[in-house]
Design a protein around this ligand. Structure first.
Ligand SMILES: [Zn+2]
Length: 281
C-alpha cells in the first residue's frame, strides 16, 4: 500500500467526524446537482441526442424546482453549461461546501448486441461464425446507484460511468493512484462511502419509487456499484439513470418537456420525503 493511500485512509475518520451528517440536527441545507459528463465527454449517444445535453437540461430544471419550492435550501451545480468538469472537482465542490446531498443525473445505454449472420467454411469442414453488431433498442427503465463494494462481474455501470476519468490529465495523481483495473483502489474508496450507505440507499429507493408510482416507469431498482464520483463524496450521494438513451421511446421521453418535468417532479418529491424523514430536530 502506497503512502498516499495510507494518508488518505487516515484522513477519512477526521473528515467524517467533522461532517454535518454525523452531528446532531442533521438537516438538508445544501444540495449539489451534478449533470453527468460535459464538453468533449458526451457520455452515451442516442439516435439524435447526447447524454451530456439531456442530463444538463434535467439537472437545470431540477435545480430550478428546488429553488422555487425550497428557497431555504442552497442549490449548487457542478456545471450549468456544456463544459468538462473532472470527477474530483465535482466531488470537491460538494465536500468543500459541506453539502448534505449529492445527486448525479445520467442516462443509461445498452451496448450494441453481437449477432451471428452466417458461417464461413474452413478447409477441413469447420464452420466459423460471422458476426455483426446491431443496436440494442429494447431495454428501458430507470435505475439509481449508490456507491458500493461490488464484485468484479457486476461493474457494468462503473466501467461506463468511470470511463471519462481515463481522459483526464494526471488522473492517477488526482485520484490517489486510482487505476480502473486495480480492485484495491475500489476497496479503499469504498471505505469512505460506507458511512453514508444507509442514507444514500434511502434516497435512492425514494427516487426509484417516485419514478414508478408517478410515471409508471420500468423500475430496474437500486444498485450498489463502484462509481468513482459517488465514492469521492463525503455525504449521502446517488447517481440516477433517468432512462435509456439507446431506446427510441425513452430518448424521446427524456428529450420532451413533459418527460423532463416528470423526472424532475419524481426526484424532487423523493428529496422532499427524504428531508422530512431524516431531519433531526
Ligand atoms: Zn453517464
Amino acid at each position: 500500500m502506497r503512502l498516499k493511500k495510507i494518508v488518505f485512509l487516515l484522513a477519512i475518520p477526521l473528515f467524517i467526524s467533522t461532517h454535518a451528517a454525523f452531528s446532531q440536527g442533521y438537516k438538508v441545507k445544501t444540495i449539489v446537482i451534478d449533470a453527468g459528463h460535459g464538453g468533449p465527454k458526451s457520455g452515451a449517444a442516442g439516435s439524435y441526442s447526447l447524454e451530456k445535453n439531456v442530463a444538463l437540461k434535467v439537472a437545470l430544471k431540477l435545480g430550478k424546482k428546488f429553488e422555487e419550492e425550497m428557497p431555504d435550501v442552497k442549490i449548487l451545480y457542478t456545471r450549468k453549461t456544456d463544459i468538462d468538469v473532472e470527477f474530483h472537482k465535482r466531488a470537491a465542490l460538494a465536500n468543500d461546501n459541506k453539502a448534505d446531498i449529492f445527486i448525479s443525473i445520467h442516462c443509461n445505454s445498452m451496448p450494441d448486441r453481437r449477432v451471428i449472420t452466417g458461417y464461413t467454411k474452413g478447409r477441413n469442414g469447420t464452420k466459423t461464425p460471422k458476426y455483426a453488431y446491431v443496436k440494442n433498442t429494447s431495454t428501458s427503465g430507470t435505475e439509481t446507484f449508490v456507491a458500493g463494494s461490488h464484485r468484479l462481474n457486476e461493474q457494468d455501470a462503473a466501467i461506463r460511468e468511470n470511463a471519462d476519468i481515463k481522459l483526464e490529465k494526471n488522473y492517477k495523481e488526482n485520484y490517489d493512484g486510482y487505476d480502473p483495473n486495480d480492485p484495491e483502489t475500489f476497496i479503499i474508496l469504498s471505505l469512505f462511502k460506507n458511512t453514508f450507505r444507509d442514507k444514500s440507499l434511502k434516497l435512492a429507493r425514494l427516487i426509484q419509487n417516485a419514478y414508478t408510482d408517478d410515471s409508471k416507469r420500468v423500475n430496474r431498482g437500486v444498485k450498489e456499484q463502484g462509481l468513482l464520483i459517488l465514492q469521492r463524496c463525503g455525504m449521502p450521494a446517488v447517481l440516477t439513470e433517468i432512462g435509456f438513451i439507446s431506446n427510441p421511446n425513452e430518448e424521446d421521453y427524456m428529450n420532451s418537456a413533459e418527460g423532463q418535468d416528470e423526472i424532475v417532479n419524481s426526484i424532487y418529491k423523493a428529496v422532499k420525503t427524504y428531508k422530512k424523514e431524516t431531519e433531526i430536530n
